[in-house]
Design a protein around this ligand. Structure first.
Ligand code: A2P
Length: 318
């Protein structure tokens, strides 16, 4: 499988398993099956509420001798209520405890949004802290401190735009090594991809299949990607599935991709997508599907009275 290489030579398998929306009761089997099938990259986050089960699966596959810790690439993410400098280490330790690991391969700031420490998801405007009070650069400094201690091998961000990344770099002089954002043929983000790739910042595509199991608040946002006529027709002509085309599309752009599944057949199907070759003509057809449709539009952060607006979130520079 193709790998993305970091500046110190570390290699991340380009295709990983997504675990957002994988229920605690299902994720243990999903992760175990995935690793048995050959997945070596698992994408996690504290807020997914399933890191304990994932940790047990990792522990069991390592104890069985199937893989060693060093064979795996494990990513996790810092939640929005742990942005304070001192809180970052605490949150990271909890994640490591849950995942039963002593280091992460990659740790990301999950969102450029800050919640008060007692809040998990915001219900009112009072649950937020504005970035002027808790700047992302302070959180970034804490992430870098964790990297310097070796507790995380690589540090990065998620859901960041170009100006927010520029701000981190200009204040701290150090680049994030990854930016994980929603990406698929309907949301290709070519400018963000060129910017990141020019700076040697790797990218990961979340919701690459369009996240049909996304929370109901995001349900009305756009057509079903897996049923897109162009995607379906390319899949038919090659004797593969629409999901495999979507996964191969990201890989052909040198973008890591983390389709989520808890179904053994689909886990295998998704892994096999790493072998699917798309022609330049097929890539061109897929490139034309870009409508800028965001399924995960961040509306949860922009409720009435919130210091965050959609404009600030996706285009702002704080
Ligand atoms: P399931 O977990 O039952 O397989 P995304 O990765 O974009 O968030 O999409 C995840 C959604 O896509 C889940 O509903 C998942 O269901 C479904 N899914 C995963 N793999 C496939 C596949 N190969 N074909 C169709 N649907 C899939």
């Amino acid at each position: 499988m193709k790998k993305l290489t970091f500046s110190n030579g570390d290699e991340m398998p380009i295709l990983g398993l997504g675990t957002w929306k994988s229920e605690p009761g299902q994720v243990y089997e999903a992760v175990k099956t995935a690793i048995e099938l050959g997945y070596r990259h698992i994408d996690c986050a504290a807020i997914y509420g399933n890191e304990k089960e994932i940790g047990q699966a990792l522990q069991d596959v390592i104890a069985s001798g199937l893989v060693q810790r060093s064979d795996l690439w494990i990513t996790s993410k810092l939640w929005n209520s742990a942005h304070r400098f001192e809180k970052v280490e605490e949150a990271l330790h909890q994640t490591l405890l849950d995942l039963q690991l002593d280091y992460l391969d990659l740790y990301l700031i999950h969102w450029p949004v800050v919640l008060k420490e007692s809040v998990v998801y915001p219900k009112t405007a009072d649950d937020f802290l504005p970035l002027t009070e808790m700047p992302l650069t302070d959180t970034w400094r804490a992430m870098l401190a964790m990297k310097d201690l070796g507790i995380i091998k690589h540090a990065g961000v998620s859901n960041f735009n170009k100006p927010k990344i520029e701000n981190l770099i200009s204040v701290t002089g150090r680049l994030p090594e990854m930016n994980q954002v929603e990406m698929h043929p309907y949301l290709q983000q070519p400018e963000l991809v060129s910017y990141c790739h020019d700076k040697n910042i790797h990218m990961t595509a979340y919701s690459p299949l369009g996240s049909n199991d996304r929370p109901s608040r995001y349900k009305d946002l756009g057509p079903v990607l897996l049923e897109d006529e162009v995607v379906v027709n390319i899949a038919k002509s090659k004797g593969v599935t629409p999901a495999q085309i979507l996964i191969a599309f990201a890989i052909h752009r040198n973008i890591s991709v983390i389709p989520k599944s808890v179904n053994p057949k689909r886990l295998a199907e998704n892994l096999q997508a790493a072998q699917v070759q798309l022609t330049a003509a097929e890539m061109e057809q897929l490139k034309k599907l870009d409508t800028g449709t965001r399924y995960i539009d961040g509306s949860i952060w922009t409720i009435e009275g919130s210091p965050y607006t959609k404009e600030e979130l996706w285009n702002g520079s704080n």
